[in-house]
Design a protein. Structure first.
Length: 365
């Protein structure tokens, strides 16, 4: 665990110091969120995407206009909050520069609903939003959970929301790390391996950092944390039902990664591995140039498909927030799970969950 080097100011109130849980994805962010949510004072929302969706707002739009499109996303639907409450609590015609007030308002309403005091968001994509987050909340508490990139890439390859390109997934780990580097003096860095091996010590450090007292409930999240605000997707359900010691942090219990890809992932993520103490594999011989070339050539179709699907999904979100083409919350969730269709073979019994709906959804349009 790497403590922030900057001296942090005392927490004044929940609005000034929200908690953000970030990471590369497939690194234990959902597990950590569930453990924090078991605390009687903390509620961390699941990938509500406040800052990520704000990137799709057309130039010149107001928060009120953007908010109506945000209400119509699967991310907001899983918060299970009546949009009318949010509309009533926010002033109209806020400029997008003040979108942080949407985050504050929604989270304040949700924590009041749950009888809690502190709030925040868990979202791996918030690694890209750190400049805006620290601009809006200089005293924010950001916990970055990391994992060995080799099993992380292997896991990404098998996720319907990921990609089938091992090279892209390796660079995703690196890019997420690169986005955190300018802020490492303000962030608490935690390894999934440490959370699994010693959850008590790790959670004590996290709670000290976010300024909350110790509570044994964080070690019993399976029986304490709320679970109806997480889509019932296999990988999320698994995280909500596992204790840290049950969490597989290695090769996911499946077939191992090809040796050439072990070396490629290590090369791409050399700096990350060095910082967090992940040692290169000594049992794998150095592949030949021909082996490298063959592996990369075989990855090209997956890379091309991933680029096409990611750009197509971005286009759907852009058109939705521009008011050109509505993206129904259910379809939005399903489209997000089509980014890597080959991964569905790992989930043969899967049934698509239905997005929660409020009667008031879209009433302000």
């Amino acid at each position: 665990m790497l403590e922030p080097q900057r001296s942090l100011r005392p927490i004044k109130n929940a609005d000034s110091s929200p908690i953000f849980v970030i990471g590369s994805g497939r690194s234990g962010t959902t597990l950590l969120r569930q453990m924090l949510n078991a605390h009687p004072r903390i509620y961390i929302t699941h990938e509500a995407g406040f800052y990520s969706y704000a990137r799709h707002a057309p130039k010149g739009t107001t928060v009120s206009d953007w908010l109506e499109h945000y209400f119509d996303t699967y991310s907001f639907a899983w918060i299970r909050l009546d949009p009318q409450l949010v509309r009533a609590a926010l002033p109209r015609d806020l400029p997008m520069e003040r979108v942080c007030e949407v985050f504050q308002t929604i989270m304040r309403l949700k924590t009041e609903q749950l009888g809690k005091a502190r709030y925040g968001e868990k979202n791996p994509l918030d690694t890209h939003n750190l400049p805006r987050i620290f601009h809006d909340f200089p005293d924010a508490r950001v916990v970055c959970i990391m994992r060995d990139p080799r099993p992380t890439v292997l896991s990404f390859n098998r996720m319907p929301f990921g990609t089938s390109s091992a090279l892209l997934n390796a660079y995703l780990c690196r890019i997420q790390y690169e986005h955190t580097k300018p802020f490492l003096d303000r962030i608490l860095e935690v390894r999934l391996e440490d959370l699994s091996a010693d959850p008590r010590a790790t959670m004590q450090s996290i709670l000290n950092y976010v300024g909350e007292p110790w509570d044994e409930a964080v070690l019993q999240h399976v029986s304490h944390a709320q679970v109806d605000d997480v889509p019932t997707l296999p990988w999320f359900v698994k995280a909500t039902q596992q204790t840290p010691s049950q969490r597989e942090v290695g090769s996911e219990g499946r077939e191992p990664m090809e040796q050439v890809w072990i070396r490629l992932v290590e090369r791409v993520n050399h700096e990350l591995m060095q910082r967090y103490g992940y040692k290169p594999t000594t049992s794998v011989p150095e592949p030949s140039l021909w082996q490298y070339a063959r592996a990369l050539a075989g990855d090209v179709p997956g890379m091309a498909e991933a680029a096409y699907r990611l750009l197509s999904f971005k286009g759907l979100l852009d058109r939705h927030f521009q008011g050109v083409e509505r993206l129904d919350p259910q379809r939005g969730m399903e489209e997000n799970l089509k980014l890597n269709p080959s991964a569905w073979r790992y989930y043969p019994a899967f049934e698509m969950p239905q997005v929660p709906r409020f009667p008031a959804l879209g009433a302000g349009r």
